[in-house]
Ligand binder design. Structure first.
Ligand code: NAD
Length: 494
């Protein structure tokens, strides 16, 4: 135990113990064993961090910094992350079990998000309004909101943090981040780079710990003006309730039950690869996991066979090994969750095509086989609820209308994949499908230039892209009387 790395929290530019003095264990899912200790934050720590962030927000060092200069700091941070991407990726894999090659790829791409918002920083401007009164000048400016509370899940810790951190800082806010209790290490490893990039103390703070009390105290803190939450619907409900206390503006990036719709004119090999990428990439632990495949009856057998064949050849194992294609799930609870849904699938009459259990060679790690169900009742739990793991349900359809109705038949609306070579059909379906992200003949593409987000149980608001700037600023309108005349009758509106 003595040799385990011990992570303190990062508040106001300093490494601090939790006020409780306590630590909790963080596990390596590949072994099912703890590998580091993380400070167990309290309400007091949250208050300390929010107060520091508020002071930093008001301090001229940050408040009077030009937007161009803030952009330069973000660019520098991007450069530093690029230099350290491989190292940071190791901490991600140690904590969440995702493939080192996927995490390396993600980390190597992360600087692009910082460069994008670095470039935008000094292009956040208002407008002069063509106001309908002759002696009046009216213009808007976009102003930062204040202290942002960012809460992230465990599946892509630094990527999901970046989606909040980069636009929040570009717009001139300060931030307190609470990472998932499952994966705190990589964010804490990022903090020295924040310092090295030149961000003043208190601009970026990290409080580690559990949803209750840390997440709860953070989202209800009276000084917090903005909450950026990524996680599941249950926690999101608490966050919304808390925002009734402080009126913070909230965005929610929640889960999905995303459909992959394969039409009979699609390239079957390509569609099968897309389905595999959508549900077995990252072991299905992705908000945009394509967990429902709708296959046209004419190509149903052909595509299902290809998917099942590739699934059966997926190399499961050590996420640090170069040849591994599917690593473990992030927590033991996730394994239990998969088992629960496999039982639910069977009970509701679905046929297990492949997988459905922990692989025999998995040792003490939290591995689970790629799992495919067919003959799935579209109303059954495995076709309705977010499983957040490598479990695919396959359902046939005959007409375009039927495919759209099936795709839209859940509470979620995050992402969708459409596989067809028919241009007009692709556009028709893209328009009709309820999702914030639609991929045609591809899946899981991301870019700092494109927005991410959904509706209904998938949440609200957008991250990434220019739209995120609106989520971290508010407009102010300034009216100037240019007539030089005194106010006329004060008892009428002008
Ligand atoms: P979770 O909701 O259990 O936890 C997410 C975060 O919320 C954690 O940091 C947790 O500590 C915190 N939290 C828990 N209770 C809280 C409370 N009462 N108040 C404030 N914060 C609280 O989710 P998870 O299991 O870590 O992650 C899986 C979920 O995240 C899935 O539903 C997945 O779809 C979703 N997700 C969404 C996206 C997206 O961009 N849409 C991306 C990744 C993950």
């Amino acid at each position: 135990m003595a040799e385990w790395k011990k992570y303190r929290m990062y508040i106001n530019g300093e490494w601090v113990e939790a006020s409780s003095g306590e630590y909790f264990e963080s596990y390596n899912p590949a072994e099912g064993e703890p590998w580091c200790l993380v400070a167990k934050g309290t309400e007091q720590d949250v208050d300390r961090a929010v107060q520091a962030a508020q002071k930093a927000f008001e301090h001229p060092r940050w408040a009077s910094m030009t937007y161009t200069q803030r952009g330069k700091l973000l660019r520098r941070l991007g450069d530093l992350i690029a230099e350290r991407a491989s190292e940071l990726a190791v901490y991600e894999t140690l904590d969440n079990g995702k493939l080192i090659r996927e995490m390396r790829g993600q980390l190597q791409y992360l600087p692009e998000f910082f460069y994008y918002y670095a470039g935008l920083a000094d292009k956040i401007h208002g407008e002069t309004l063509p106001i309908d009164k002759p002696d009046m000048l009216a213009f808007t400016s976009r102003e930062p909101l204040g202290v942002v509370a960012a809460i992230t899940p465990w599946n892509s810790p630094l990527y999901l943090t970046t989606l909040k951190l980069a636009p929040a800082l570009a717009a001139g806010n300060t931030i307190v981040i609470k990472p998932s209790e499952v994966t705190s290490a990589s964010l804490l490893e990022l903090m020295p780079l924040i310092e090295e990039a030149g961000f003043p103390p208190g601009v970026v703070n990290v409080v580690t710990g559990f949803g209750d009390p840390v997440g709860s105290a953070l989202t209800s803190h009276p000084l917090v003006r903005r909450v950026a939450f990524t996680g599941g619907p249950e926690s999101a409900r608490h966050v919304i309730r808390n925002s009734a206390e402080n009126f913070a503006r909230v965005t929610l990036e929640l889960g999905g039950k995303s459909p992959n719709i394969v039409f009979d004119d699609a390239d079957a090999d390509n569609a099968a690869m897309g389905i595999i990428a959508g549900i077995f990439g990252a072991a299905g632990q992705s908000c945009v996991a394509g967990s429902r495949a709708f296959l046209h009856k004419k190509i149903y057998d052909q595509v299902l066979e290809k998917v099942a064949d590739r699934a059966s050849r997926i190399i499961i194992g050590d996420p640090m090994a170069a040849e591994t294609e599917m690593g473990p799930l992030a927590t033991e609870a996730q394994v239990k969750r998969m088992e629960h849904y496999v039982n639910a699938g069977r009970q509701h009459g679905a046929r297990l095509v492949y997988g459905g259990k922990q692989p025999e060679a998995g040792g003490s790690g939290w591995y689970f086989e790629p799992t495919i169900f067919e003959h799935t009742d579209p109303k059954s739990p495995i076709a309705q609820e977010e499983i957040f793991g490598p479990v695919l349900t396959v359902i046939p359809f005959e007409t375009e209308e039927e495919a759209i109705a099936l795709a839209n038949g859940t509470n979620y609306a995050l992402a969708a994949g459409i596989w067809t070579n028919h241009l007009a059909k692709a556009h028709r379906v893209a328009k009709s499908v309820r999702a914030g992200i639609v991929w045609v003949n591809t899946y899981r593409s991301i870019s700092p230039i494109a927005p991410i987000g959904g509706s209904h149980w998938s949440g609200y608001g957008r991250e990434s892209g220019y739209e995120a700037i609106y989520e971290y600023t508010q407009s102010k309108v300034v009216w100037v009387n240019t007539s030089g005349e005194p106010m006329p009758d004060p008892f009428i509106m002008r």
